[in-house]
Design a protein around this ligand. Structure first.
Ligand code: 1QQ
Length: 374
C-alpha cells in the first residue's frame, strides 16, 4: 500500500476500532465498513421523489463497494414526508454512529432534521434540497443539489427568450419551505429580467382543485404561468390549466423535475419548461453507465432525483478517500474539499458555503420527454 501522503485524519496507520485507514484516494484502505444512513420520503406526498433516491443510493453503494479499499454499509429509512418522523430518524442516525446522513427528500423536512445532525456533529449531504438556507443551518450540512437560486434565473431567462414573455402570473404553495423559496427565486428573476408579475396566486401544497384560481389566472391574460409547486399540486394544476383552455407556457421549479409530472398530466405537460441539474440523454459516459445499471437493477429509468442521489454517494466516497477516513469529523472536513469530481451529473464541486457547484440546464417537455431547451 502507498503510504498516506495526505493531511488530516488519514495520516499514519489505522487505529484499531476506528474508521481511519491508510493511503488516500484510490489507494485508501479502511478496515471497517463506513456506516451511511439515508432518510428519504418513501411514503406520503413526496414518495414519487423518494423511491428513485433509495434505488440510486443502493446502486451507488453496490458499485462503490466493488472499487476496493473502502466499503459502505447503507441503511435507508422512510421519513414518511413528515418532518417529525424525519427528526426521529436523524436522532436515531446520530445515536447509532452513522458516519454521514443522506437526505431528507424535502427541504421542508431538512429545515427541521438538519439541526439535529448539526447538534450531534454528524455530517449531512442533502441530495434534493433546493431551498435557500439549508446549508446555512450549520457547518455539518452540505448538499449536491443546486438551489432554486442557482437554477431559476437561467430558467426564467430561457423561457423569456423562447416566448418573449412580458407579463406573467406567479403561482406557489406558501406552506412548504422549498416552494416558498422557489417562489422568491422566481420573483427575483422575473424582476431582474423586467417581466411584469400581473398577479401572485397562493395555494396549499395539499390543494388539488385549481379551477377557481386558474379562472382568475386566465382573466389576467398572462404570457406565461410561473409555478412553484410539488408534484401533488403540480399535476392537477397543469392538467386543469389546459382543461380550462389556458395555452400559454407553464414554467416550473425543481418540483416539476419528475417523469411523474409527465405521467400524471399527460398531454397537458407538453411545453412545460423546467430548470434541471441533469438530463437523461447526457452523453457523459458515467451517466450512460448509470442509465444502464439502473435499468438492469430496477427495470425502470432513473430521474434527476435518482441521479443526484447516486452522485451524492460519489461525493461522500470522494470525501472519505481524500482523508482516508470514514469518521464523522474527517468526512465533514473533506466534503468541502470535493472539487471537479466526475459524477453521473457531470463535474461536481462543493463550495465554501457547502453548496453544489455544477452546470445546470433548462428543459422543455416534448413528446412526453424532458428535452434540452438551453
Ligand atoms: C426540495 C425540492 C423537492 C422538489 C425535492 C423532491 O427541491 O424540497 O428542496
Amino acid at each position: 500500500l502507498a503510504a498516506c501522503s495526505g493531511t488530516g485524519a488519514g495520516d499514519g496507520n489505522a487505529k484499531a476500532g476506528t474508521l481511519v485507514g491508510t493511503g488516500t484516494g484510490s489507494s485508501c484502505t479502511i478496515s471497517g465498513e463506513v456506516p451511511v444512513a439515508a432518510a428519504f420520503s418513501l411514503t406520503g406526498a413526496a414518495a414519487q421523489y423518494g423511491a428513485g433516491q433509495k434505488n440510486a443510493v443502493e446502486l451507488a453503494v453496490e458499485n462503490l463497494n466493488k472499487a476496493g479499499g473502502v466499503k459502505y454499509k447503507l441503511t435507508v429509512e422512510d421519513d414518511q414526508t413528515d418532518p417529525k418522523q424525519g427528526i426521529q430518524l436523524f436522532e436515531q442516525f446520530v445515536q447509532d454512529g452513522s458516519s454521514v446522513i443522506i437526505g431528507p427528500t424535502l427541504s421542508n423536512t431538512a429545515m427541521q432534521t438538519d439541526p439535529v445532525a448539526q447538534e450531534g456533529k454528524t455530517p449531512v449531504l442533502g441530495v434534493s434540497n433546493t431551498a435557500e438556507g439549508i446549508t446555512a443551518l450549520g457547518d455539518y450540512i452540505f448538499r449536491d443539489s443546486l438551489t432554486e437560486g442557482a437554477v431559476i434565473p437561467q430558467t426564467i431567462k430561457a423561457a423569456v427568450a423562447a416566448h418573449t414573455l412580458k407579463n406573467v402570473v406567479l403561482m406557489y404553495s406558501n406552506d412548504d419551505a422549498f416552494t416558498t423559496s422557489g417562489y422568491q427565486a422566481m420573483k427575483a428573476a422575473l424582476d431582474a429580467d423586467g417581466v411584469k408579475i400581473l398577479d401572485t396566486v397562493k395555494f396549499s401544497k395539499t390543494d388539488t382543485d385549481f379551477h377557481a384560481l386558474l379562472d382568475q389566472v386566465k382573466n389576467a391574460k398572462p404570457d406565461a404561468i410561473v409555478v412553484s409547486a410539488l408534484l401533488d399540486a403540480a399535476v392537477p394544476l397543469v392538467t386543469q390549466a389546459r382543461e380550462l383552455g389556458i395555452t400559454v407556457p407553464i414554467v416550473g421549479g425543481n418540483g416539476f423535475n419528475s417523469p411523474a409530472l409527465i405521467k400524471g398530466a399527460g398531454a397537458a405537460a407538453e411545453g412545460v419548461i423546467v430548470g434541471a441539474a441533469w438530463n437523461s440523454a447526457s452523453e457523459n459516459p458515467q451517466n450512460q453507465q448509470f442509465l444502464k445499471d439502473y435499468q438492469a437493477k430496477f427495470n425502470a429509468a432513473p430521474d434527476q432525483f435518482a441521479a443526484q442521489a447516486y452522485a451524492g454517494m460519489q461525493v461522500i466516497d470522494d470525501a472519505v478517500r481524500i482523508g482516508c477516513s470514514g469518521e464523522r469529523e474527517a468526512i465533514k472536513t473533506n466534503l468541502s474539499k470535493v472539487k471537479d469530481l466526475p459524477t453521473v451529473l457531470g463535474d461536481m464541486s462543493i463550495d465554501s458555503n457547502r453548496d453544489a457547484v455544477q452546470t445546470a440546464l433548462v428543459q422543455v417537455i416534448k413528446d412526453g420527454k424532458f428535452t434540452i431547451l438551453k
